[in-house]
Design a protein around this ligand. Structure first.
Ligand code: CUA
Length: 319
């Protein structure tokens, strides 16, 4: 999101727009610390300049240190910062507790981080990649885990961020307060595709949410397989690692793939036919192409048989 858009949506130079119940609390504490620091910075600079001038070296004046100790002054600069730090601690701890404990009536979403996409499972069982759809003004709880290494789930407009760790469930919650689309970032460096590990939270009003729940999610009858495959290519994040223009990304390009001979990591060769592409989607680590890392996650359970047919048809088209 560029600066103009951020400002237009109610953000400031420092902060993205506030779109969750917790965002105003986070910002209030942030600005307390920011302006507190700014005030002390100004005070210290002004006093430093003042004393440098007042006690500068002058002809004929022998300067000797006189004040070795000043109890009231030392008490002041110990007690005042202690009080300020305690205010920040208590305020921050209360906010942390609010952010950590989700309301009992929250909708539960499972979020799985893997190189390099977010798999998001809705409460109703639907699942999507890099797209999260939630209702406005309803608490949403996220149950986060990683399938490979440490990622971090961050939605700046909601002011929520949580590490996503293998072999461990972390939770996070938010209640969106404004309809709109908000960025999801991975904020833990996780390899080549880290900067592409992006997503969107779609916050819908009550009517839109009902429509979303009613939607089947499968291929509409009037959409040809290839076109559905093209949509899945973006929706399911194939685009992150597989180009259509012949350039190698994290994975092999789809251009000219179908029907051609592929050399695998173990030196053997296969023809990229329907079966090979199907197997590469459901069991990607089975037939790794020579020169590429075995990093693709399986898409079993994320794509229906019709979806896989659609992707095969789409890849076939990329000659
Ligand atoms: Cu996942 Cu960075």
């Amino acid at each position: 999101m560029n600066d103009t858009a951020t400002l237009m949506n109610g953000g400031t130079v420092q902060m993205p727009p506030q779109a969750s119940t917790i965002a105003p609390q986070v910002d209030a504490l942030y600005y307390f610390i920011f302006w507190g620091c700014a005030a002390f910075f100004a005070l210290i600079v002004v006093l430093s300049v003042f004393f440098v001038i007042k006690y500068r070296r002058r002809e004929g004046v022998v300067q000797e240190p006189r004040a070795y100790h000043n109890t009231p002054l030392e008490l002041t600069w110990t007690i005042v910062p202690t009080i300020l730090v305690m205010i920040v601690f208590v305020w921050g701890f209360k906010g942390y507790m609010v952010a950590s404990v989700s309301p009992a009536n929250a909708l539960e979403y499972n979020v799985v981080g893997k190189r390099w996409l977010w798999e998001i499972k809705d409460p109703n069982g639907a699942s999507s990649l890099n797209e999260m759809t939630v209702p406005v003004n309803r608490p949403v709880k996220l149950i986060l885990r990683s399938e490979d290494l440490i990622h971090s789930f961050f939605v700046p407009a909601f002011r929520i961020k949580q590490d996503v760790i293998p072999n461990r469930y972390n939770t996070l919650w938010f209640e969106a307060t404004a309809v709109g689309d908000y960025d999801i970032f991975c904020t833990e460096y996780c390899g080549t595709g880290h900067s592409q590990m992006l997503g969107k939270v779609h916050v819908l009003d009550a009517e839109g949410w009902q429509k979303y729940l009613d939607a089947t999610g499968g291929r509409p009858e009037d959409v040809p397989l290839e076109d559905w495959g093209r949509q899945l290519y973006t929706q399911k994040a194939c685009v992150t690692c597989h180009s259509l223009d012949g350039s190698a990304k994290t994975g092999p390009t789809f251009k000219g793939l179908f029907g051609h001979t592929v050399t695998l990591a173990d030196g053997s060769t296969v023809t990229a036919d329907e079966e090979y592409i199907h197997d590469s989607i459901v069991n990607p680590k089975g037939q790794v192409v020579s020169g590429f890392e075995p990093v693709m996650p399986t898409f079993t359970g994320l794509l229906s048989p019709d979806d896989i047919d659609a992707l095969v048809a789409f890849i076939k088209q990329q000659q």
